[in-house]
Design a protein around this ligand. Structure first.
Ligand code: CA
Ligand code: CA
Length: 459
């Protein structure tokens, strides 16, 4: 009975954390005009959600002025959207210039929206976006390593592929400006779309299912790895050269297009997906909280270059209370950044699993109170991978493997016992931006399972 009371108290605290009042409410004049807003027909809870700011101290996005998104939007910039065209219109009107629209705006997504919808709503296929001079069979014939060798594709066919990618980008990449909140109403889903947050500040993305941001024109990279790789262009959410971004209570999946359904070419899987939430190119001050990442391969890349340059002192990201369910790698993979990874639940194992925490060049990961539910084929010593880093702080991890009992495990000691060179145990900094004291790690799966992902916020 006492245990149930404790759990109930923790669940209540988690709910309170996810429904905290906005840190900066709109001025009274704006609030009084909200009855005329299109969202006025929605439940008051949805209106509150759209105005909500990131709670104080809730991760790196709370640094300094914090993250308010479109919370100050006036009535004319609050919209409910049901199609790709309405979504682009609500973000400013022209996808080519929307990134420069810094007017506060709240966009409520209602129901499913497909990025491959044409202007009149008819679905487009990859063939509709392909350059007339591109075809996959021709590409496979021209750049087969047995014929072309192991050098990067070039020439007219590769140029036609690049033009095809540009056409797809105009269609499926959604450019978001500063001071924007995108929030899903019940059943909201973005399929085949990339949310591009580039050269902006103060953006909130909540309560969306993001499915299958697929690339119609993957590139063959013959020198990526020992056998080459097919690489895709499109993340589900991409944060670049931006700061103050809060990504909360979303569900990321491959939809009905899992990687295992793709063919192999040149002996390598034809990869049409890239990251779920990549933070690169000097982006910083990002909080990723209460998300559910299901069945994805390359999940969260923080820093995309080993070059010691503008990424130094950037790439600061908090990753808390997320569920990583059946994902394969980069959970996250970090270069340079001070990255706080706490109270996440990892459910890992099975075909293709690589690692969880990627310790890259000059990375400073603090990983605390994470719970790992592992299939029998995953050695806890392999949850960490060294990508040229030197140290991470890791404590409070628990592991439950197969049918075994949950137990505390020192993941770094296990890693160092199995691998050389050893990684140090001090990432060199102590996180202070945390909204609540940590849960006991054994409770993390219960709380994250109940509250992480789209469709869990009260609406
Ligand atoms: Ca990427
Ligand atoms: Ca060792």
């Amino acid at each position: 009975m006492r245990r149930r009371t404790v759990i109930a108290a923790i669940l209540a605290a988690a709910l309170a954390a996810t429904t905290a009042a906005p840190a900066s409410a709109a001025p009274a004049g704006q609030r009084s005009s909200r009855a005329a807003e299109p969202i006025g027909r929605q439940a008051p809870a949805a209106q509150l959600l759209g105005r909500q700011a990131l709670p104080a101290n809730d991760g790196w996005a709370a640094e300094g002025a914090g993250t308010t998104g479109g919370g100050a939007a006036t009535a004319d910039r609050v919209r409910v959207v049901r199609t790709r065209a309405e979504l682009v219109a609500a973000l400013g009107g022209d996808n080519a210039t929307n990134a420069a629209d810094a007017t506060p705006k709240i966009v409520y997504v209602a129901g499913p929206i497909d990025g491959f919808e044409g202007p009149d709503g008819t679905p487009l296929g990859c063939a509709d976006l392909a350059d007339p001079e591109y075809s996959l069979p021709a590409y496979l014939t021209a750049y087969d390593p047995a014929v072309w060798g192991r050098v990067d594709p070039s020439g007219p066919l590769e140029a036609a592929r690049v033009r095809s990618v540009a056409a797809q980008t105009r269609q499926t990449q959604l450019n978001v400006g500063s001071n924007t909140t995108i929030v899903g109403l019940r059943g909201a889903r973005l399929t085949g779309l990339t949310v591009m947050i580039d050269r902006v500040a103060n953006v909130i993305v909540r309560n969306l299912e993001l499915a299958d941001a697929r690339d119609c024109f993957p590139a063959w990279s013959p020198t990526d790895g020992d056998a080459g790789n097919w690489n895709s262009q499109y993340d589900q959410i991409s944060v670049r050269r931006s700061e103050h971004v809060w990504v909360d209570h979303n569900t990321f999946t491959d939809g009905d297009n899992p990687d295992r359904a793709q063919p192999s070419y040149f002996g390598r899987p034809y990869q049409v997906h890239d990251g779920s939430l990549d933070v690169t190119h000097t982006a910083s001050l990002v909080t990723a909280s209460w998300n559910r990442f299901v069945g994805r391969d390359k999940l969260m890349l923080i820093g995309s270059s080993n070059t010691v340059g503008p990424d130094v002192d950037r790439l600061k990201v908090s990753v808390h209370h997320n569920l990583f369910d059946g994902d394969l790698q980069r959970l996250p993979r970090v270069r340079f950044g001070q990255v706080d990874v706490h109270e996440n639940h990892y459910r890992l194992g099975g075909p293709g699993f690589e690692y969880a925490l990627g310790v890259g060049v000059r990375s400073a990961i603090v990983a605390e109170h994470n719970f790992f539910t592992l299939a029998d084929d995953v050695d806890p010593a392999d949850l960490i991978r060294d990508w040229g880093g030197t140290a991470l702080t890791e404590r409070g991890s628990w592991v439950r493997q197969g049918d075994g009992r949950a137990r505390p495990v020192d993941l770094l000691a296990a890693y160092n016992a199995a691998h050389d060179p050893d990684l140090g145990g001090d990432a060199g900094w102590t996180p202070t931006l945390r909204a609540a004291p940590p849960l006991p790690t054994p409770l993390v799966p219960l709380v994250v399972g109940a509250w992480a992902g789209a469709g869990r916020l009260p609406l």
